[in-house]
Design a binder for this molecule. Structure first.
Ligand code: SAH
Length: 500
């Protein structure tokens, strides 16, 4: 397949407001050029080998001049690369996408353009402002508010001011005085409702409502800055009713969650659905342990010598099954052992692999699982686990006469490379909540941040998932530690909402 240049709209910022086609382009790109208004989370979709070039520009301060961007597109294409030029919103709405496409055409370069949700429509939508409405407006006009002193030739202010439809100005904040004056001087009613929507569709979206005559004072008073959409018209009256986004329960809250790279973040999704800004810190670096693979292989070959197979973490299931696959063991090899699990994530991982555990414990701790197992006949337990897994399960079972064969199959190391990021997150944003889903994630976080930064944790509310985790946290921090009612992500989210 021949290479191409794709000019791609990334939408206004919300991770969900990008097209499937744009995602496909990012995944296939050899070179990715992106702007300031593109949500940087999209970069995580790229291939490991993809070259990433930031060509962001502030409205007055062009970091990479347009002709240089064009040059990069041409040169990278000529090197045989698939080039993706990712732009905020829609590439043809004041994004210079048209100019870039023309350049490519002139150079005889094959290209495609992928439209995106423009902030002018999608951004206003998230602020509760429909651009048209049968009662208020039957057209909308998207206008550049760019500060060109002599814009009389570009914008017909007298017809714009007479227009009954919604007027949407992008890049207009620096020029607000001029825009307002032109509209009022040309006959627009000074009491017309106006709205400012900054960082639309993002966690830090802010909607400010005013009137045309007070618009400039409002920008100064509220310190409104780019990127902001300035909207003029009666549809603004609907914002209070229809602003579903800023009304989400956790909107405006900063929440730090911990995760290991190997785990996909269910909690993150749930929190974002509720409007929170999630700062995800991979506190632990989890890796399978090479040396354990052949040990597990031998154990499975001798699986008939075991009565139980116990899992106490999501990762133990994952790495154990990876080993089964590596050595091409069929799942039916495990048919005669009783499978034991603690924790919803562990059980779900087993179920996703077609195994419904025989023994589970209601409570997320090793002692209660040991209690459940010991209700059955005494036997031998294979326990694949992390190198730092606690010894409670073993001890309790051994006290009751069981034999436990512990095999450490993955390592669990503190990810010190994240120290700066996590400390900055606490220093630079008001963190409202931090969540811990196990004792080890808490201990790792302390280790990662350094004991000297403990006071940063004490400033926010700490949400813990179970008794043991809470106990561990409380041994170090006395205030503001809260435990979710149940051992589940949903319940943690509910706890945060309850504490607001
Ligand atoms: N192609 C983009 C617009 C580029 S011009 C689109 O279709 O949305 C840049 C201007 O767009 C900014 O100055 C601001 O006025 C507006 N803008 C873009 N994204 C925005 C966002 N998330 N929130 C508020 N304004 C935004």
């Amino acid at each position: 397949m021949s290479n191409k240049v794709y000019i791609v709209g990334a939408g206004p910022g919300d991770y969900g407001l990008i097209t499937l086609k744009a995602v496909e382009c990012i995944k296939n790109a050899d070179v990715l050029l992106y702007d300031r208004l593109v949500n940087p989370d999209f970069l995580e979709l790229k291939k490991d080998t993809c070259e990433v070039i930031y060509v962001g520009k502030e409205s007055s301060n062009h970091i990479v001049p347009q002709d240089q961007i064009n040059r990069i597109l041409i040169d990278k294409f000529n090197e045989g690369k698939t080039v993706v030029r990712l732009k905020g919103g829609d590439p043809y709405v004041f994004g210079r996408g048209g100019e870039e496409a023309e350049t490519l055409y002139d150079e005889g370069i094959e290209f495609e353009v992928v439209p995106g949700v423009t902030s002018a429509v999608g951004g206003l939508c998230y602020a509760g402002i429909p651009v048209t409405h049968r009662d208020y407006s039957s057209s909308f006009h998207i206008v550049t508010g760019h500060s060109k002193k002599d814009d009389q030739n570009e914008i017909n202010w007298s017809s714009l001011a007479k227009e009954k439809g919604t007027l949407i100005f992008l890049m207009g904040i620096g020029n607000i005085e001029h825009i307002v004056k032109q509209l009022i001087d040309n006959g627009k009613e000074p009491n017309t409702p106006v709205g400012f929507v900054s960082w639309a569709t993002r966690y830090n979206q802010k909607t400010t409502l005013s009137t045309l005559k007070d618009a400039k004072a409002c920008v100064e008073r509220e310190n409104i800055k780019a990127p902001t959409i300035f909207v003029v018209g009666d549809v603004v009256k609907l914002a209070d009713k229809l602003n579903f986004f800023e009304k989400k329960p956790l909107f405006g809250k900063n929440i730090v969650i911990t995760r290991s790279r190997a785990k996909n973040s269910e909690l993150r999704k749930k929190l974002e659905e509720k409007g929170a800004r999630v700062i995800e810190i991979p506190t632990i670096d989890i890796k399978s342990m090479e040396s354990s693979k052949s040990i597990i292989k031998n154990k499975i070959n001798g699986i008939n010598g075991y009565d139980y197979l116990a899992f106490t973490s999501y990762n133990s299931v994952k790495y154990f099954f990876d080993i089964l696959k590596l050595y091409r063991f069929d799942l039916r090899k495990l048919a005669n052992v009783k499978i034991c699990s603690i924790g919803a994530a562990t059980t779900r991982e087993l179920e996703d692999r077609g195994v419904l555990p025989d023994i589970t414990s209601e409570r997320f701790d090793a002692v209660s699982l040991a209690g459940e197992i010991s209700k059955n006949s005494i036997g031998k337990v294979l326990f694949p686990c992390s190198e730092i897994a606690g010894t409670d399960l073993q001890k309790c079972l051994e006290n009751k006469g069981f034999a436990v064969d512990r095999v450490e199959i993955y390592s669990n190391k503190v990810n010190y490379s994240e120290r700066e990021r996590v400390v900055d997150a606490f220093r630079n944003s008001d963190v409202d909540f931090i969540t811990f889903t196990s004792s080890s994630t808490f201990e790792n976080m302390i280790e990662l941040m350094g004991h000297e930064n403990m006071e940063l944790l004490e400033k926010c509310k700490i949400i813990s998932i179970g008794d043991i985790t809470t106990k561990t946290i409380k041994s170090k921090i006395s205030n503001n530690v809260f435990q979710s009612k149940e051992v589940s992500m949903e319940s943690m989210v509910e706890k945060m909402i309850e504490l607001l």
